[in-house]
Write a protein that binds this ligand. Structure first.
Ligand code: ADP
Ligand code: MG
Length: 369
């Protein structure tokens, strides 16, 4: 295990700055997920950590030791790639042990470590097969096994599940969650899939355009997104955004008139001016379904998705549909008028620059949705 410190790391490709002065500390033993849209610099950052890509400036420390210029083998880092990168002509066993073979590890030690990795990854029965005789999920496990045998201090995984089909992905996600307890490495896991991030991470780093938007535990990001970007990125299905304007702002509270009509009173963490354009965010699971006479707003269901456990109602607003999740899974008809309320404690407010201005959700709301 190791603590990783990134100190003002900058990466340029020619004139293009892909990562501007990024600083981050990942504590010993953490499972850290780097998440963000495609092209935001996740792979580049991971390759810099592995020593496969030079940084333009900044420092990288592993356990307090400056490793900025160190070669990959000196760093005690192992990386698993999206493409598996297995040797097709070697057996599974040799693929898993190949890093050790290159490092001239004693034969008996290789056999022992390969055996243990194979056992953990449920590959014991496949050691003499070739990669082409394995499923996608099994091949990815071989790639993980090869990284495991090197007993890395830092375990880096770049979108390891994105080449797998949806059902396998869920299975492997559970496997990785199980492995995380056994590996005793600091793990950095890159994905563009926020569900993977939420389910696997101790610590999520949300990236956007080479910058860190927010760092936090999964539920902290869900409950208190600091920006419109994080609010829209974390949570599935995504948060509803309703445009509006501040009509009154005083004593740490703002009254917001939504373009949709209703007025909502929100507690503030930062001042906003009366008249300012704002965006009110509310998650589909926090919109309340209420009797039409008690509704602050009503709209027809343009789309009704009945999944059994949940019903998703897409209500027409004239702009983007308002998505409401009904966890009672009740039946509804397309075109039916649905009445809703927006509990003030469940509303997130963002200013025109996309910065959060509302206070935390009150704990009283827990379980109310
Ligand atoms: P992500 O993994 O988040 O999808 P990448 O780290 O692969 O993003 O890429 C970040 C940005 O850097 C992208 O705009 C990409 O086009 C650019 N980039 C990556 N590698 C190179 C390279 N070798 N030369 C020039 N630009 C690159
Ligand atoms: Mg990538």
């Amino acid at each position: 295990m190791a603590t990783l410190t990134l100190d003002r790391i900058t990466k340029r490709f020619g004139a293009l700055t892909v990562i501007p002065e990024l600083s981050l500390t990942i504590p010993d033993g953490a499972f850290c997920v780097l998440v963000g849209p495609s092209g935001c610099g996740k792979s580049t950052l991971l390759r810099i950590i592995a020593g496969l890509e030079p940084m333009s400036s900044g420092r990288l420390l592993i356990d307090g030791v400056d490793m900025s210029g160190a070669e990959p083998p000196e760093r005690g880092v192992a990386m698993v790639f999206q493409s598996y990168a297995l040797y097709p002509h070697m057996t599974v066993g040799r693929n898993i042990g190949f890093g050790l073979e290159i490092a001239r590890t004693a034969r008996a030690d290789i056999v022992d470590r390969v055996g243990r990795a194979a056992e953990k990854l449920k590959l014991g029965a496949y050691l003499s097969r070739k990669p082409r005789e394995l499923s996608g999920g099994q091949r990815q496990r071989v790639a993980i096994g090869r990284a495991m045998t090197r007993k890395p201090k830092l375990f880096l995984l770049d979108e390891p599940l994105s080449n797998l089909d949806a059902a396998l992905r869920v299975g492997m996600r559970v496997e990785i969650a199980r492995l995380k307890a056994e590996l005793a490495s600091t793990m950095i896991y890159v994905t563009h899939d926020q569900v993977e991030a939420m389910t696997l991470a101790d610590m999520i780093v949300v990236m956007n355009g080479g910058r860190i938007e927010q760092v936090g535990a999964p539920l902290d990001l869900y409950e208190r997104p600091e920006s419109l970007f994080v609010a829209g990125f974390i949570g599935s299905p995504a948060m509803n955004f309703l445009p509006g304007r501040v009509v009154v702002a005083r004593d740490g509270r703002a009254t917001v008139a939504l373009d949709l009509g209703p007025r909502i009173d929100v507690a503030l963490s930062r001042p906003v001016d009366a008249g300012a354009a704002v965006t009110l965010g509310i998650r589909p699971e926090h919109v309340q379904l209420v009797a039409p006479e008690a509704a602050v707003w009503r709209g027809p269901a343009a789309v009704v998705e009945m999944l059994g456990s949940d019903t998703f109602l897409h209500l027409s607003t004239g702009g983007d549909n308002l998505l409401v999740r009904d966890s009672k899974g009740r039946r509804a008809r397309r075109g039916e008028e649905i009445g809703v309320a927006f509990p003030a404690d469940a509303c997130h407010l963002f200013d025109a620059a996309g910065v959060r201005v509302s206070r935390d959700r009150a704990p009283a709301l827990e379980g109310a949705a």
